[in-house]
Write a protein that binds this ligand. Sequence first.
Ligand SMILES: *Cc1c(COP(=O)(O)O)cnc(C)c1O
Length: 353
Amino acid sequence: MLNFYPGPSKVYPEVRTYLTDAYDEGIIGAPHRGEQFVQVSRAVVNSLKRKINIPQDYHILFASSATECWEILIQSLTRHKSYHIYNGSFGEKWCEQAKKLRPNSEGMKFDMNEHMPVDDLQISSDTELICFTQNETSNGTQVSATTILNLQNKYRDTLIAVDATSSMAGLNLKFIKADIWFASVQKCFGLPSGLAVLICSPRAIFRAKQLNERSHYNSLVPMYEKMLNYQTTHTPNVLDIYLMKRMLEDRPFIKQLDIDLTDRANDLYEFFSQFTEFKLLVENEEVRSKTVLTLQGSERLVDDIKKRALLYNIRLGNGYGPWLRNTFRIANFPAIGNDEYEELKRFFLHYYA
Ligand SMILES: *Cc1c(COP(=O)(O)O)cnc(C)c1O
């Protein structure tokens, strides 16, 4: 089965070997306060910094999902309100979650064919956290490094948190340009679901300590304190942490991964622009995602494409949110091989050209 679903997505084929090794090495049943786990956890933190270019002084924490990170950040970094800039379902859901916890939180929706409108933003000075989604998995748009830099320059004193769930470990993100970044691992990391990486700048930890919110099992300060010894507040997904260690050790540096993914994204966008019955949902090339492509057609055609693809053992991604029925999505994640995209192209050329 060829799997182009943008999450949960295809896991690296090597995961099969790593799983057997995990069993043989006895890590699966190892206590999470013991030396064996701590060694794996420390190795993962070091590999993450080395392989995906996370600044040395940033702190890496483990959570269960990106959804949990949305909640942790609002609970532990705001007392009053956060501000959310979004153009799709994941950004909007984060905003809704924030409003449930902090009713004063605000959201600003922008058009998916436009750049995130940093110049137009009017964020009040009592805002404690600015939140956005770097790669909006629901519609296939992305926020560029330049836009993030502009946001940082405009709001130097406010913490900025970035949901990078469908780009981290695939693209060379400039972590220095925001305080908090997070991703769950079932997308670009190419690993099984049930683990998230939460990355915090020294300034974010400083702010968390000031607030010192400790009411939840995963409040930021206790998570940080436990991680000083490479441990977690609760029994974590030890197997996934082990898989991440192995995967990172075997992968090239992020700079190379980014180049390869970008080339492949360009190639795929060019390929999919030739069809007449369906078209790319995002018209503005500058804001198109490098890791998730979204194609739009009539509901009937989209249904036909997905069903026919399945007959040929190709799993395409369903649409999401408002685009549930009239779009399908294709992941461009590093765990998927170039040969698999060639087969995907043959399928589309044969039936839809
Ligand atoms: C998939 C996704 C999420 C949700 O991830 P979970 O691991 O299910 O919590 C959040 N944000 C973005 C941008 C996503 O792509």
